[in-house]
Design a protein around this ligand. Sequence first.
Ligand code: NAD
Length: 471
Amino acid sequence: MSMENVDINKIVLEVMEKLKPVAASAFHEEALELKNRGIYEDPEEAIEKAYVAQKELFEMSLSDRKRITDSIKKHLLKYVRELSEMVVEETGMGNVKDKIIKNTLAIEKTPSTEDLRAGVFTGDDGLTLLELSPFGIIGAITPSTNPTETVICNTIGMVAAGNAVVFSPHPGAYKATNRCVELINEAISMANGPKNLVVTIDNPSLAKSEVVMKHKKINMLCATGGPALVKAVLSSGKKAIGAGAGNPPVLVDATANIEKAAKDIVDGASFDNNLPCIAEKEAIVVDSVFDYLVFNMKSHGAYEIKDRETMDKLVALLVPEKWKPNRKFIGKDAREILKAIGIEAEEHIRLIIMEVEKDHPFVIEELMMPVLPMVRVKDVKEGIDLAVKVEHGFRHTAICHSKDIDVLTEMGHRIQTTIFVKNGPSFAGIGVGGEGYTTFTIAGPTGEGLTSASTFTRKRRCALVGGFVIR
Ligand code: NAD
């Protein structure tokens, strides 16, 4: 057929018709009628619904999956502020401004089907194909610190990989998760995708979470949270991805651009009130530049506590029981924390800093508060040794400000973290002002690293013997 005979307009109209979203009002009625919001009290029911949905997705094409995730991205972008406000309201942690950045990041920079790269071997014996197939249904357990961000990025990656998802959210963040999952289901319907492809457990509890972890129809678990959760999923007997706690040190040496390092550290450590697992949690600074770094940090919104009595008050408030951060202050504003010890700080203050000894509880514990303990070391060797020690082998995140290639290389090699940021704020490691895609599930303990669609696939091989090689 010659090109002149092809009615391009007709083809375009046909394609447009196929892709046409369900009209909003029609969809709304359907959603109400079928209670298709993806929210279920009973985990068993949620899993059964997701099971049916996954079978449907399995028969759909890669471009269908892409269309579904594109629709999720497009739809959620309209609700970023609402979701961010809901999370701050429900959890009482973090701040709306930074949650908007985090949610937008999760929507815009989580890869979809483009992440699924097949492989091939060819040779005298023929051609072998490496394919990435879905696991089936993934039970995803999510944290209170980045609840909607985790739901968004898990959903995009897991659905792009051909899976259905059952979320078991943190009990302290389930309302915002419900809203997020409801919006995701709206977007899936608009793209004519399967109903209940993404579901969540209403009024979650540890008991309900256990049902998800043990259910025979759940093929994979993905846990984003603290050590108890990671241990629980790794003991489940199922394939599990564990994204656990961090305690990221930032090291500054004498060769660093100190003015820039000061701003980067304040930006990173105060971001969403230090809730992100990747945020700078303690600074280790070479003696010769320590005071100048502190001076510069103060001009970027850090409040320095110097006297012993105030420091003791802060420790008593934030870590009242030895080695146990006070949950009441996790993710709170720096000014609110200061107020609680009788200090009225100026409006621009976003981080509390103080010089402490290297075994101080603030250094050892992951506080998740905008409080950055700073340790003075005599040289880089002592600094790297200490950074490795206080990272506790979590293999999560570390940051280094230095212009000495040998120092950067040595620290990266010694600390073995999943993310290592050089000369930038911690969040550059998840794609904010740094290259690369984003994720809010950083799997250090189980080694998948920064999870993406391909993480949620089974790697398969298909060997064709003696043919298809055209060399
Ligand atoms: P959390 O561990 O208290 O809760 C996380 C989730 O696990 C929740 O849904 C909770 O209900 C569930 N849970 C906890 N213990 C469980 C158990 N024994 N069995 C089954 N389910 C269980 O975490 P949080 O306070 O919401 O989040 C903060 C922690 O998560 C920090 O340690 C932070 O570093 C870590 N985190 C890690 C990543 C990462 O990508 N590595 C991302 C975000 C948060």
